[in-house]
Design a protein around this ligand. Sequence first.
Ligand SMILES: [Fe+2]
Length: 312
Amino acid sequence: MTLFRVLFLLVLLAALAPLALLALVLRASGVEVSAPTLTAGLSAVLLALVISLVMARRVTTPLDELVRGALDIARGRFGRQVVHAGRTELSDLAYTFNFMSRQLERYDGDNTRLFAALERAYLETIRALASAIDAKDPYTRGHSERVAKLAVEIGRELGLDAAELRVLEVSGILHDIGKIGIPEQVLQKPALLTPEEFSVVRSHAAIGAEIVEGVEFLQSARPAIRHHHERWDGKGYPDGLAGEAIPLIARIVNAADTWDACTSERPYHRARSATEVFSIMAQLRGAQLDPNVHDAARRVLMRQWNQTGVVA
Ligand SMILES: [Fe+2]
């Protein structure tokens, strides 16, 4: 039974009990009840009904409001206020509820600001790391930031959500962090590398994954760091993963990395034109590049090309 019904019945019982008692006494005394007395009795019963309804409503309405307020807070709508009229225990409860709600809103605001500051510090830290990587090789200056930017655009084109795009951004910035462990004379060699030197350069993917292994807040970027040189056909490194066994984030970083490497000046090749790189990437579709990721990258880059005449 609801509280409203309980209160209604209790108040009604309290109001009708004296009337019923009076009627019993009159009947036992043999007193004849006149029509006006009967009308007055019925009016008293109706009045008791109305009073019961009003009294029950006065108690349950503020309680319903408090329940709705508590549910709003449980859903994260901090700061929710409820109406508290009068000076009863219920209005004290409503006042306390409102105070608690405002305090929760304040704590929530503080937490949001702290989280944003922490996130800014976190992004500045990884950007500093990326600069350290790029500084090792003048040819790759700005490469990490450009790869991150393009990777995020490709991820958005593929329908990734905000959290996945954030992981993609960090992964793009840090994908080559393992180059910190590669000697400059190998990275900057203005000629074709020997097989041994190739193997040293290739080790940057595994080295990068090891570097971030113990860093809790970089764990989400680790798969892309380790696998951004895997190929769709399984002929990549370090693990020779193929197809969808390669994490999607790594496949996207691979496409963005390929575009940026081809369109930038490197010790071993000139910067190619966008048209040339579109053609190179089309040849890599289904071999090095995930066909879907390639197509999304192409749409993103073509749009930039059509809108501004330049890409990335
Ligand atoms: Fe790389």
